[in-house]
Design a protein around this ligand. Structure first.
Ligand code: DX5
Ligand code: ZN
Length: 215
């Protein structure tokens, strides 16, 4: 199980310290939510912040782009230190081309689907990607409630992946907490993204350990 705390819920006044803290607390990846105020109704931060954090941590940089025209920024995020870039299927006209340009940079590529988007959009791209990110809230904000229909979606994706891309990683993002983590994991998730459940916890190390001990 990979635990990927989302920086969106950190204290933006001391980001480097926050990242160091969750690294020491046992996080596996750092989930970086990039929002442009167009694709989603919120603005977060861009490649300059990602690049400024890169020297402060060894954590895997899992960059989740929630922006229009992601193709224009792939190189910048790779140069800022992204280890993987995930784009929304709904945000690019030529998904296959976008995935090719991410992989051409020598990093991993993921595709994200909004809650209302069908898994069928993955039929002809699943063998070309490393990860699918299923949104379990509508993208744009931390601290929202988990949409329960996501569980059957995870199960169906797992079944699809077993047939055509057994190495595919399944990431679930939005409203994950220690009460629903068990269901999300048993449905087939490999990576849990958690913003408020980790950064909002008084004891972040314990919050990460709680996720890891879910059986
Ligand atoms: C939402 C982001 C999530 C968010 C998760 O658009 O993609 O990564 O920060 O935050 P929580 O865990 O608080 O729902
Ligand atoms: Zn995210």
């Amino acid at each position: 199980m990979i635990i990927a705390p989302s920086l969106l819920s950190a204290d933006f006044g001391k980001l480097a310290q926050e990242v160091k803290e969750i690294e020491l607390a046992g996080a596996d990846w750092l989930h970086l939510d990039i929002m442009d105020g167009h694709y989603v109704p919120n603005i977060s931060y861009g490649p300059m912040v990602v690049g400024a954090l890169r020297p402060h941590t060894e954590l895997f940089f899992d960059v989740h782009l929630m922006i229009d025209n992601p193709d224009a920024f792939i190189r910048e995020f790779k140069e800022a230190g992204a280890d993987m870039i995930t784009v929304h299927q709904e945000s690019t006209r030529h998904l296959h081309r976008t995935i090719q340009s991410i992989r051409a940079m020598g990093i991993k590529a993921g595709v994200s689907l909004n809650p209302a988007t069908s898994l069928s959009v993955l039929d002809y791209i699943l063998t070309d990607i490393d990860m699918v990110l299923l949104m379990s809230v509508n993208p744009g904000f931390g601290g929202q409630s988990f949409i329960p229909e996501t569980l059957t979606k995870i199960e169906k994706l797992k079944a699809m992946a077993e047939k055509i891309n057994p190495d595919l990683l399944i990431q679930v993002d939005g409203g994950i907490n220690k009460d629903n983590a068990k269901d999300v994991i048993s449905a087939g998730a490999d990576i849990l993204v958690a913003g408020s459940a980790v950064f909002g916890a008084a004891d972040r190390k314990k919050a990460i350990e709680d996720f890891r001990s879910v059986k």
